[in-house]
Design a protein around this ligand. Sequence first.
Ligand SMILES: Cc1cc2nc3c(=O)[nH]c(=O)nc-3n(C[C@H](O)[C@H](O)[C@H](O)COP(=O)(O)OP(=O)(O)OC[C@H]3O[C@@H](n4cnc5c(N)ncnc54)[C@H](O)[C@@H]3O)c2cc1C
Length: 58
Amino acid sequence: MIDVLVIGGGNAALCAALMAREAGASVMLLEGSPKRWRGGNSQHTRNLRCMHDAPQAF
Ligand SMILES: Cc1cc2nc3c(=O)[nH]c(=O)nc-3n(C[C@H](O)[C@H](O)[C@H](O)COP(=O)(O)OP(=O)(O)OC[C@H]3O[C@@H](n4cnc5c(N)ncnc54)[C@H](O)[C@@H]3O)c2cc1C
């Protein structure tokens, strides 16, 4: 039995999984791609970064 099931292992999913875990939930994350492709499209990102108004937890 788990509290939170996260489908996918990209940036958004990993943030959701970390937030849920930090809140005390047990988490299972399912990623469909082969292990060498883990991380979703984040593996392609470079040069540009999302801007936030203030420092974030992640
Ligand atoms: C070539 C390229 C360059 C980029 N460059 C930049 C950049 O420089 N700066 C920037 O800020 N952004 C960039 N981006 C955009 C950025 O990569 C994406 O916006 C971001 O990674 C999206 O994250 P996500 O978690 O929403 O989705 P994704 O990274 O797409 O993650 C989704 C995950 O879910 C998995 N999945 C899908 N369906 C299932 C299923 N049914 N079961 C299990 N797993 C599943 C996929 O395998 C994948 O790992 C770029 C994107 C690309 C393609």
